[in-house]
Write a protein that binds this ligand. Structure first.
Ligand SMILES: [Mg+2]
Length: 256
């Protein structure tokens, strides 16, 4: 049994539009007895939101089998005893922090940690509050450091990394990044499935997926449906044109 960790944007969908054939392929792998999980750097959705979206396209899963950068950051902070936070990010991060740390207080003044993600209400005032909290000694944690993300019109928009960079620049403090390329995003999935790194195959479209998998010690599949259309100098155990071809490609690789 293999535990697959599927990236979402560029792997299962492109800006919310499902890539043809991937749902059938994922269901085929699940029917063969493999464990199916998902990991996204997107900090603007909760795990429950993401699980609902997957169910809507025909992939039934549970929140424990979905990792988002916001939920993984909340997990890391819960384990380190964080009691108060200032969120420079979307409501989903606040929701995941509340779920992971019962009774957590949200304030800028004297907070334990500043959590930075893609903040749809970014303002200079909020940037000042984050800056001052870090200057006063708060830990600086980023859900992810993606500089930008693809939009539906085929262009890109500023990602969480652009917000993180503002706080890093003003404070001189380097943020701890939880999302890919850090393998921290995958750890809740290993805990939920009981899988070891050797049993995991990470399937993704970007260099950060491959780097996070390598840091974990997992095997890798690169799909060419997202940020790259050619492997170039990227190193993966298997390269597929699309996840739609993954079951057949795995069978062929096993026969070699
Ligand atoms: Mg991706």
């Amino acid at each position: 049994v293999t535990t697959f960790i599927f990236d979402l944007d560029g792997t299962i969908h492109r800006s919310g539009k499902v890539i043809p054939g991937v749902v059938a392929a994922v269901r085929q792998l699940a029917a063969a007895g493999h464990q199916i999980t998902f990991a996204t750097n997107d900090s603007t959705v909760t795990r429950a939101d993401q699980a609902r979206w997957l169910a809507g396209i025909g992939i039934v899963t549970s929140t424990e089998l979905v990792a988002t950068a916001g939920a993984a950051a909340a997990q890391v902070l819960a384990e380190s005893g964080c009691r108060s936070a200032f969120v420079l990010g979307p409501p989903a991060i606040t929701a995941e922090l509340q779920a992971a740390i019962p009774g957590i207080e949200f304030r800028a003044e004297g907070c334990d940690v500043v959590v930075v993600g893609l903040d749809p209400d970014l303002s200079y005032r909020k940037l000042c509050l984050a800056h001052q909290a870090v200057q006063d000694g708060a830990r600086l944690v980023a859900t992810n450091a993606d500089p930008n993300y693809p939009t539906r019109d085929g262009r890109t928009a500023p990602g969480a990394g652009s917000v993180v960079a503002a706080v890093e620049r003003s404070t001189g403090v380097t943020a701890e990044v939880v999302g890919k390329p850090s393998p921290a995003l995958f750890l809740p999935l290993l805990a939920a499935t009981g899988a070891t790194a050797e049993e995991v195959v990470v399937v993704g479209d970007s260099p950060s997926d491959l780097l996070a998998a390598a840091a974990l010690g997992a095997r890798t599949v690169l799909t060419l449906t997202g940020v790259v259309s050619e492997p170039g100098d990227l190193v993966a155990d298997l390269v597929v044109a699309s996840v739609a071809e993954l079951p057949a490609a795995l069978t062929a690789a096993a026969a070699r």
